[in-house]
Design a protein around this ligand. Structure first.
Ligand SMILES: Cc1cc2nc3c(=O)[nH]c(=O)nc-3n(C[C@H](O)[C@H](O)[C@H](O)COP(=O)(O)OP(=O)(O)OC[C@H]3O[C@@H](n4cnc5c(N)ncnc54)[C@H](O)[C@@H]3O)c2cc1C
Length: 371
């Protein structure tokens, strides 16, 4: 996009800022979601926010007050470029593509005296995953009053044990909570108040945090987004763990995630859809995930790749549902492609020319992002 704009107006500048490092600036600008794009005209303090569906050369130039001629030229250049990509490869644009592509940073593009803000993810993903873990402890584990049933107890313990083996050491607070719950499991399984008390007595209270990678102002979306991130971190964590320890069978890990979803994921539609996919061996899960402790990394990698495919399936389905809600026809294959992660922008090597995936590159991309 910067290139398209520079072709017409070379003096427009693009800058990036990390909202982690420059929290004060982002707070002052009221930035709450990722990415945020803002434009500032010369000699003005009036930041204009660009809506997410409109982050393109045309809208940016219009927001900066450029003439219709400039805008038309940028549009022509953009459509030429789009045609080339259509023949060669797809370039999907989704919110998460952008923060993955620039992992860890919030980008502010400042144009001439004009700024855009993009907000991205890396360490923040871990924080959001940790937040979803803690949110579920408060709201998902003891959904009904009273002690956990035997099945729930097993699911909860398996979940905690898997987490304790597969989360990176950097997630120290989460590890502390997991260890505490495993050491005092029967108390934690007894009731919400007992678990809350246990945690409050042993884990320092933190200032109230909010999800940062993908809330779009909606807390529930932050939760599910953080939960996906937690799952992805764990599945990469299985590959890491297995390299140095007695291997966790990939099916054991996938079952722990499945049973967690079944018993503790409050989003009913998500739960039903996920279980339906899992139990019907979607993406060949029943074969590629082995109940035996496999010995090669290639076999372990099937777990994160299976989860990635499952997540993409949800992405594509949700895109279709959203289009239907907006009265649009079903997405065509091009549009479905756009819902898939990672995009060509984020990971050019993940895609083959025929739009199929290069699994090894996808694994590397998952690893880079989540580990
Ligand atoms: C198990 C599960 C099942 C769900 N099922 C439904 C459902 O049936 N209906 C419904 O309305 N909502 C469902 N949700 C919620 C939905 O998937 C999203 O979490 C929510 O819509 C927010 O979407 P998002 O675009 O912020 O990113 P999310 O889809 O939440 O993704 C989170 C992050 O993961 C990364 N990512 C995206 N795709 C992939 C991938 N394929 N592999 C690895 N990383 C990826 C991106 O960085 C992204 O920011 C489900 C959530 C979970 C955890």
């Amino acid at each position: 996009m910067a290139k398209e704009i520079h072709a017409v107006h070379p003096n427009i500048e693009f800058h990036a800022i990390s909202c982690v490092a420059h929290h004060d600036i982002c707070k002052e600008q009221g930035i709450r979601s990722f990415p945020t794009v803002k434009v500032l005209k010369e000699d003005s303090y009036d930041f204009k926010e660009i809506k997410l569906g409109e982050v393109d050369a045309e809208h940016i130039l219009r927001a900066l007050g450029f003439s219709n001629d400039s805008v038309e030229k940028a549009k022509k250049d953009a459509s030429k470029k789009a045609k080339v990509h259509e023949v060669a490869r797809v370039i999907p644009f989704r919110l998460h593509d952008v923060h993955d592509a620039w992992s860890g940073k919030i980008i502010i593009c400042s144009c001439f005296t004009s700024f855009y803000f993009f907000l991205f993810c890396t360490d923040i993903c871990r924080e959001d995953a940790a937040l979803s873990f803690e949110f579920a402890l408060k709201t998902g584990i003891h959904m009904s009053n009273g002690p956990l049933s035997p099945n729930e107890e097993t699911a909860f313990r398996d979940w905690l044990e898997l987490l304790s083996k597969t989360l990176p050491i950097q997630m120290k607070r989460t590890h502390d909570i997991i260890n505490l719950l495993l050491e005092n499991f029967s108390k934690a399984a007894e009731s919400q108040s007992k678990m809350d008390y246990l945690i409050s007595q042993n884990i320092p209270v933190e200032p109230k945090r909010e999800w940062r990678t993908c809330t779009y102002g909606d807390n529930q979306m932050g939760y599910t987004c953080g939960l996906w991130q937690l799952f992805h971190i764990m599945t990469i964590g299985v590959v890491e763990y297995n390299q140095h320890n007695a291997a966790i069978p990939t099916r054991h890990a996938s079952e722990a995630i499945r049973n967690y979803v079944e018993h503790f994921f409050q989003c009913e539609v998500c739960r039903l859809n996920f279980l339906d996919m899992y139990d019907n061996c979607a993406f060949d899960g029943c074969h590629r995930l082995s109940a035996q402790p496999a010995t090669t990394e290639r076999e372990w990698r099937e777990l994160p790749l299976w989860l990635w495919e499952t997540h993409n399936d949800v992405n594509v389905r949700l895109m279709g549902e959203r289009m239907k809600q907006n009265g649009q026809v079903e997405p065509n294959s091009w549009e479905s492609q756009q819902a898939r992660w990672p995009s060509l922008v984020a990971c050019p090597n993940c895609w083959r020319e025929d739009r199929s995936w290069e699994d090894e590159r996808v694994f590397e991309h998952l690893h880079r992002l989540y580990w």
